[in-house]
Write a protein that binds this ligand. Structure first.
Ligand SMILES: Cc1ncc(COP(=O)(O)O)c(C=O)c1O
Length: 352
């Protein structure tokens, strides 16, 4: 059975061009700053973001941790949306390795305002100077791939900067946001102190994330990366597909967004599947399946048996993520499988 995998855009496989670039990559000692391919990738990323410098890291988790360690002193507090990946999935590293304390705030569809940042700071009983960092997630995974607009970022970042905080964007999918809104990623960079983005999700590389920021910040980040054992030797082999990705994979993200909208068109007719269309802004679709009477776990397991892989987001919410490996036909078939999973199909006729 040909399985349609909509669990994550991290399941994308590298293109042939990427694999060939790995074979051809000119390599050197990256720890000494002598790997020409890593340097080319970092320079390209810095240029695209309008940043002074960039640093290649193994993963988004490592890039976020390094950014927090480079921006903050131990004991600092980090204001972060309560549904952000950094809080939900990476808080252990933030607390136990970086020695930071999260201050979660409630965003709306993944975003929040400058006033909310000010209120969070005001609500703090302890020393306000211990506030170190504001984190924004763009696109916001748990909210279903929602975008921050550059002006929303400007508002939150201005409040943070007035309070003396640095601002880091967990932009694992920042190119999805930029493509969806038709803005260059530099429109985000001008408001924040650092952005990390993933090469291995929608952009399709085997691995890697890049952190961008000013030169002093990147110098410190490089040291923190080393502290975490993240210094690499002949990393050009990883960097080469990153160059291909930045040159060839960014604009095509709009195809994934179109497929996500197509999926909504198909699913919307099923009354047991409830989708907030306004939240479908990039390559993710979050569906509330409570009306099916099934738990998300049970729904996902049943779909898997029928050849569709999706992820559980909450007790009664599931998430579909489109990516380069997914065609229009896959989207149609995925919708048919979803309909067939719903107990006692409303129409009485299941497609399969
Ligand atoms: C928004 C966001 N940030 C960070 C990460 C972590 O990235 P990585 O899997 O490369 O460590 C993820 C992973 O899904 C993510 O969705």
């Amino acid at each position: 059975m040909n399985v349609i995998d909509l669990r994550s855009d991290a399941v994308t496989l590298p293109s042939r061009e990427m694999l060939e670039s790995m074979m051809r990559a000119e390599l050197g000692g990256d720890l000494l700053g002598e790997d020409p391919t890593v340097r080319e990738l970092q320079e390209l990323a810095a240029r695209m973001f309008g940043a002074e410098d960039a640093l290649l890291l193994i993963s988004g988790t490592q890039a976020n941790l390094v950014a927090m360690m480079a921006h903050c002193r131990r004991g600092d507090k980090v204001i972060v949306d309560s549904k952000a990946e950094i809080y939900r999935c990476e808080v252990d590293g933030m607390v136990s390795i970086a020695g930071l304390a999260p201050m979660p705030i409630e965003g709306s569809k993944g975003t929040f305002t400058g006033d909310q940042v000010r209120q969070a700071a005001k609500a703090l009983d302890s020393d306000a100077s211990s506030l170190g960092l504001l984190v924004l997630e763009n696109t916001h995974h748990h909210a279903g791939g929602t975008c921050w607009t550059p002006s929303q970022v400007a508002d939150a970042a201005q409040a943070a900067h007035e309070l003396g905080l640095k601002v880091h964007m967990d932009g694992a999918r920042v190119f999805n946001a930029a493509v969806a809104l038709g803005v260059p990623v530099s429109d985000y960079m001008r408001h924040v102190d650092s952005i990390q983005f993933s090469l291995s999700k929608g952009l399709g590389c085997p691995m890697g994330s890049i952190l961008v920021g000013d030169s002093d910040f990147i110098d410190v980040a490089r040291k923190r990366r080393g502290l975490l054992g993240g210094g690499m030797r002949k990393a050009g082999a990883i960097a080469a597909p990153g160059i291909v990705a930045l040159n060839t994979m960014v604009d095509r993200l709009s195809e994934d967004h179109a497929n996500a909208r197509r999926l909504v068109d198909h699913l919307e007719v099923l009354e047991e599947i409830v989708i907030d269309r306004d939240s479908v802004q990039t390559n993710m679709v979050v569906a509330d399946i409570s009306a099916t009477g099934m738990t998300a776990e049970a729904f996902v397991a049943k779909a898997r048996e029928k050849g569709l892989m999706v992820s559980v987001l909450g007790p009664s919410t599931i998430c579909f993520v489109t990516h380069r490996g997914i065609t229009e036909e896959d989207v149609e078939r995925a919708a048919m499988i979803v309909e067939s999973v719903i107990p006692a199909c409303r129409s009485g006729v299941c497609y399969i």
